[in-house]
Design a protein around this ligand. Structure first.
Ligand SMILES: NC(=O)c1ccc[n+]([C@@H]2O[C@H](COP(=O)([O-])OP(=O)(O)OC[C@H]3O[C@@H](n4cnc5c(N)ncnc54)[C@H](OP(=O)(O)O)[C@@H]3O)[C@@H](O)[C@H]2O)c1
Length: 467
């Protein structure tokens, strides 16, 4: 029997207790290895002698502890005769299970990670560091190679996953990957840590298999409205699988900041969202916080600030991918749709602040070389704002009432919270009926640690919801 594989005695215990006790929760753990050195076990080669059982069943209602234990022992007479030595029992009813430690009753959940780059590998670090209870990473894949665990869905070894993926990985196949996860009796989550459109298009098929989806990938929620609608309608439904899947995507906006969760709560509780306004890009935040401030301190020209941001790794390899506003537009689209506005990326007004002549130059290097030629243009905008005691900020807007949604370079007075933002922080302000003066969420909105934190939180939310 391979380590962690279920043997015939364990399978028999699970079957008998399930059939007779109809438990709402059952966990059978083989602890034989912990007793192998005991004198009574000397010479015993059987690997199924000691088990810990946790059983939650309404059939225990009104029974004493002794009676409950007799009920379980009574079911396992054959196994006890054939070498089963001892059972450690926890026997509870549904109503008493709340007295268990908080996480104890969280359901076993499998995790399959698609994409183990910056964010995916940081998520693995966080899962390992916290020893996340009852969360098993049973599969991971890149675009080239994948590994999955065994048919008992034992967690992969998170101390050496890179070597295992490299040396034992087989050719990546997302169809096989999803089928493996959906065959598990426990709930499975696919965590998409890619930026791929093709992967996002698979979400509906995964949800149909009963698999939940957690992702920082914006494509599925800001792309075609039909894909978004399909994900929306499949998430939370049984889809004939008996396992209601969920779709959580908090880290697509503001990384780990609780932006979408807060917005969803506002909508679900009947608040009327009027406007969502924010600095949604860490890169543009850093750029304009430095370039346009009222402190009087000269922090350099526009092109010098772009260069610093690029050198610090804040920009995409080609900074035009930040300056063109499309990343912010995707976040605006995601927030708008959640607030009930059917925004479409292809028609959303987006101000591209890349100077016209530089939009079509061939390479990032050429763009960087020519950008100083346009410093006067940005300096003029900045000076005009400063004269009015204002700063420039690149913002995303969802205007639920007025239809003015889009991405714009706007001016804000020095007293406005957007004007005093620091570093590469994001800030998002909801104006609603309940919060007429605004509800503001602010903090680090980029980086693998906070993004993975958002993903991890989503995983825990699903773990708490699965039946
Ligand atoms: N980094 C941040 O601060 C941040 C913040 C918020 C959101 N995000 C989002 O998080 C996601 C991941 O970002 P990242 O920085 O971790 O990217 P990354 O370092 O480039 O990693 C991407 C991973 O996805 C894999 N991949 C790509 N296409 C795939 C496919 N078709 N099938 C399977 N695997 C595929 C890549 O594998 P190969 O190496 O084989 O191509 C790689 O392992 C993106 O959507 C990004 O926008 C990132």
């Amino acid at each position: 029997m391979a380590p962690n594989e279920k043997g015939p005695v364990q399978l028999s215990i699970e079957q008998k207790v399930t059939e007779d006790m109809e438990p709402s929760f059952l966990e059978v753990v083989n602890e034989s290895h912990l007793h192998a050195h005991h004198a009574a076990m000397k010479g015993v080669t059987n690997k199924e002698t000691h088990f810990k059982l946790t059983v939650v069943s309404e059939k225990f209602q009104g029974k004493t502890l002794m009676q409950r234990h007799r009920m379980i022992y009574g079911l396992l007479g054959d196994e006890l005769q054939q070498g089963l030595h001892a059972l450690t029992l926890k026997t509870k009813t549904q109503t008493s299970k709340l007295s268990f430690p908080f996480l104890y009753f969280y359901n076993m959940v499998n995790i399959g990670i698609v994409g183990v780059g910056l964010v995916g590998s940081e998520l693995l670090v966080q899962l390992k560091a916290t020893g996340a209870k009852r969360l098993n990473v049973v599969g991971m894949t890149t675009s080239k190679k994948m590994v999955v665990s065994n048919t008992s869905y034992t967690s992969l070894d998170l101390t050496q996953w890179k070597t295992d993926l490299q040396e034992q990985g087989v050719e990546a196949n997302l169809g096989v990957f999803a089928k493996y996860l959906s065959d598990s009796p426990d709930h499975s989550i696919i965590v998409d840590c890619t930026a791929s459109d093709a992967v996002a298009e698979l979400y509906p098929s995964w949800l149909q298999l009963g698999l939940s989806v957690v992702t920082p990938n914006k494509k599925g929620f800001s792309g075609p409205l039909s894909l978004y609608r399909s994900i929306e309608s499949l998430a939370g439904n049984l889809n004939g699988t008996g396992k209601a899947p969920f779709a959580y995507y908090e880290s697509t906006v503001g990384a780990g900041l609780p932006v979408l969760n807060t917005l969803a709560d506002l909508v679900r509780t009947g608040d009327k969202v009027e406007k969502i306004e924010g600095i949604f890009s860490g890169t543009l935040s850093f750029l304009f916080n430095n370039f346009s401030s009222l402190s009087g301190e000269n922090k350099g020209t526009f092109s010098e600030n772009v260069k610093v941001a690029k050198e610090l790794g804040y920009t995409e390899p080609d900074p035009r991918d930040d300056l063109n506003g499309m990343d912010v537009a995707r976040k605006v689209t995601i927030c708008g749709r959640l607030a009930g506005v059917d925004l479409d990326l292809t028609t959303l007004p987006v101000e591209n602040i890349v100077p016209g002549p530089l939009q079509s130059v061939a390479s990032a290097d050429e763009f960087m070389a020519k950008l100083p030629e346009f410093d006067d243009h940005f300096a003029k905008l900045n000076e005009e704002a400063k004269k009015e005691n204002q700063v420039l900020r690149c913002v995303g807007l969802v205007d639920v009432k007025g239809g003015q949604s889009g991405v714009k370079l706007l001016r804000y007075p020095g007293s406005h919270p957007f004007a005093s933002l620091q570093g590469s922080d994001n800030i998002i302000k909801f104006t609603t009926e309940y919060f007429p003066n605004g509800l503001i969420i602010q903090g680090a909105g980029a980086g693998s640690a906070v993004t993975s934190f958002g993903i991890f939180s989503d995983i825990l939310k699903i773990q708490g919801r699965v039946e």
